[in-house]
Design a protein around this ligand. Sequence first.
Ligand code: CMP
Length: 514
Amino acid sequence: MEAFEGAWTPLVLLAGIVLVAFLVREIAPEKRHHVRRAAVLFGLYVAVQAASMVAAQLSTGRAPRVLHVIAQILEAFSVVNLLAISIFDLALPAVKIRVVSITSDLAVGISYAIATIGILGSAGMDLSSMVATSAVVSGIIALSLQATLGNILGGIALHLDGSIHVGDWVQLTNGRQGKVKAIRWRHTVLETRDWDTIVVPNASLLASEIIILGKREGQPVVQHRMSLNFGVDHRFPPQKVIETVNAALRASPFEGIAAEPPPHCLLHDLAKDGRDSFGYYLVRYWLIDIDRDDLANSRVRTRVISALERAGIPLARPETTVFLARDAEIGKERRAAHGVERRLNAIASLELFDRLPTEQQRILADHLRYAPFNAGEVIMRAGEKAEWMYILVSGKVEIRTGASNGDAGRVVATLEGPTFFGEMGLMTGEPRSADVVAATEAETYLLHRTGFELVILPHPEIAQQVSETLARRRVGLLAAREGLDEDAKKVRQASEQERILGRIKEFFGLDLQG
Ligand code: CMP
């Protein structure tokens, strides 16, 4: 009977290993080395067990018994390994419980010790002398391996108190930042944004002050506050600077940046050293994607610069640096680049104005204001009242309808420069009919009603020309909203054109025949 039972054990173990190997290959292939360890132990167990049986046939001394005890220990180790794989590599991950490697290593180690002591005890060995010997040996080892033990205990402490987790972003005392990849027995592995790996001994990690970025106890969200400085001359009212930047920062969400608390701008400091004639502003925002801080920082910077440029607020340059002359030259070049020539080209690029006499084109050009937008920025929202239009010189914008909280709406049309948009508001005084969002970097010029009036009054035929485009765009919007078919669109085109022309005439007080 005993021989019968003994023959079954290796078979059951073998079946267990095969099953676990299959599951690990399917579910957690990165843990294959654990299966290999179990298989090696099982192989050793089978070999030693066979050797003990052969020895039992050949001799009656101590050898068969010793071999049998070793085989039992190996058998127990195989079982412990199989259980550890099933629990730590398969079952716990399946219910989304992540356990770090030290925990499973510790559990396996303690189980080995218990199994060994149990088997040796039941084989009749004197455990008290073994414990005494091992205490002396442990003392000697502990003294010689003090540093290593410090790290190991540090690793265990880090696991037990749960202050650092895999995936956390931490900053070390030397200022370097990294994401925790693994907490091992002796050291903790951090991966930096530069694709480097920092190996920090656990003891020194525990002994020093580290910052866990973007985390607060008991709060599930990760958000790390960032700030960006810029200076603006005191000639520009701080309230206007703050409002301009806040409006741009909040117009549409940034990827990787928290919507709550919203990004905001504040006046941080006044003139420093009594020399600077500008205010120091700060933009605060909260990163939720700490991995990609540079991209988010760059997006915020470009949006701030564009918003200030649109509002005609230049960034301050320190007055006393050697870069002053060079900066002034660069400034001059930039201004020249956006000068009359470019504005005239923008006017002439539109069919709407290309037949106007040069003198009238120049009047329009004099009234243009440069207004760049970054990809993703909301240029206007449906329902807003605004009496200006945009000349899109380069880039693409999307015309969207049906946007509501959190929903960006449906794209009705995509316009690519050179073209214009926002003309409905300018020419009829009606609220904006759709959202317009920059799909790429978009260079635009803003033309206000006061400038446009100077040209449309002596050239009322512009109204007639533009009413067709306006009606076509309006019908496009209606078709998207109401699902009009081709016939219905044609009917609406005629009636809308007439209505719009009437609105333009009324708005500008035009006297048009027909
Ligand atoms: P406005 O109504 O002032 O503001 C939204 C702008 O989107 C509108 O002027 C047009 O310039 C533009 N727009 C609206 N509908 C369309 C469309 N169907 N095709 C192209 N542009 C459109």
